[in-house]
Design a protein around this ligand. Structure first.
Ligand code: SF4
Length: 371
């Protein structure tokens, strides 16, 4: 049996401060892809001295040593079982085999879920605009991943982040990724300043997952220039009108200009990250083509929840070519789930004044039995 070694299980840490206000606790796991329902744990602040070797981490590391998939790693196990590349495999190429570390090499931090957008495939867990919208329309939280919704509006205080990280050995840190909410805010730069007191940032690769609606202010460049390099990972789902629908209220012309501008900055590596959902699968090549024309890296990840590929219809699958057919998940699709997806979509359109059937006419045909 091939090795299932995942370096992130031994050297990765994902910390989400956005539920802190409600739970007075920080949510954490080994990586941001671990399943919400079984892969995350929480701890009160300040953390204990033995946090890095606590029962939770030890149990998933022990399982990985025995070459057994953890229930929390469903994202990777499902992909690998169907011969699709997984995050575990990508990370293995970068980090290699690791074990017995005194602290994380790879740290992903979510300081806040404050965002300026309410993207269709996102939700209240990661966007304060989504939270406000759902409250305005008195909408129940109905997606399983939304059950982690902490209800926090705003950002965590420095005292709380320091309370967490002061007790953690950060000597090994090489990769710092920011996820949100939108991450190009002062709060995240203040956090890099703090991190620079805890490790050698000239070894550090800093990644901002950003919606690309705003350019970084020049005042932050001096700090970023001290890092090994900076990667701007810009979320782009679709192009033109489809982008405008999926990433409301972002505007394609502005974001595409910002991407071109970032691409002129020598110190930055730019990549485009596309969420593959029922909306984007069919035309995903348009975003890939854009990345190719700009000479920048293209990455993609699968949507969770309502618009995931688990909700493709038979008509949709019949229309896919061999390349796209490889994206179709093996698990059974239920008619009721697809019905729920379309019902939610109708609510979304009614409450935002949009019409998905006009923006995605071909895809709407695939769902004609449910509309
Ligand atoms: S979800 Fe994948 S990448 Fe993350 S810890 Fe599990 S196996 Fe590793």
């Amino acid at each position: 049996m091939p090795s299932l070694h995942c370096p992130l299980i031994y050297s990765g840490l994902y910390v989400d401060f956005s539920a802190l206000q409600k739970e007075n606790a920080v949510i954490y796991s080994s990586c941001c892809l671990m399943d919400w329902t079984s892969g995350h744990n929480s701890t009160k602040l300040p953390i204990s001295e033995d946090f890095w070797t606590n029962e939770y981490f030890n149990s998933i590391r022990e399982l990985n040593k025995q070459n057994v998939w953890s229930e929390s790693c469903g994202q990777c196990s499902k992909l690998e079982k169907t011969n699709k590349p997984s995050y575990r495999q990508t990370t293995l190429e970068t980090l290699g085999y690791v074990s017995n570390l005194s602290g994380p090499i790879d740290l992903t931090v979510k300081l806040s879920n404050t965002c300026t957008l309410m993207c269709a495939t996102c939700g209240p867990v990661n966007s304060t605009v989504w939270q406000t919208h759902m409250k305005k329309y008195d909408m129940e939280v109905s997606d399983p991943s939304d059950s982690w919704y902490g209800g926090t509006v705003g950002t965590v205080s420095d005292i709380n982040t320091h309370n967490f990280f002061n007790k953690l050995n950060l000597d090994n840190l090489q990769y710092l990724r920011f996820t949100g909410g939108e991450t190009t805010t002062d709060k995240y730069f203040q956090f890099i300043e703090y991190i620079s007191t805890r490790c050698d940032i000239s070894n550090l690769v800093v990644t901002f997952q950003t919606n690309g609606t705003k350019l970084l202010p020049d005042k932050h460049f001096q700090l970023l220039n001290q890092c090994r390099y900076v990667r701007m990972s810009i979320s782009v789902d679709g192009t033109e009108e489809q982008f405008n629908y999926l990433r409301q209220p972002a505007i394609w012309d502005e974001v595409s200009k910002n991407i071109q501008h970032y691409n002129t900055i020598d110190e930055f590596q730019i990549s485009i990250e596309q969420t593959i959902s029922i909306f984007t699968l069919l035309d995903k090549h348009k975003v890939e083509l854009m990345a190719e024309e700009l000479g920048i890296e293209y990455f993609e990840h699968y949507a969770f929840g309502r618009y995931s590929l688990a909700h493709l219809t038979d008509k949709y699958i019949d229309a896919l070519d061999d390349v796209l057919l490889k994206y179709v998940p093996v698990e059974d699709r239920t008619h009721q789930e697809i019905k729920n997806t379309i019902e939610f979509l109708e609510w979304y359109d009614n409450s935002t004044g949009r019409n998905w059937k006009i923006t995605f006419p071909q895809i709407a045909q695939f769902y004609s039995d449910y509309i």
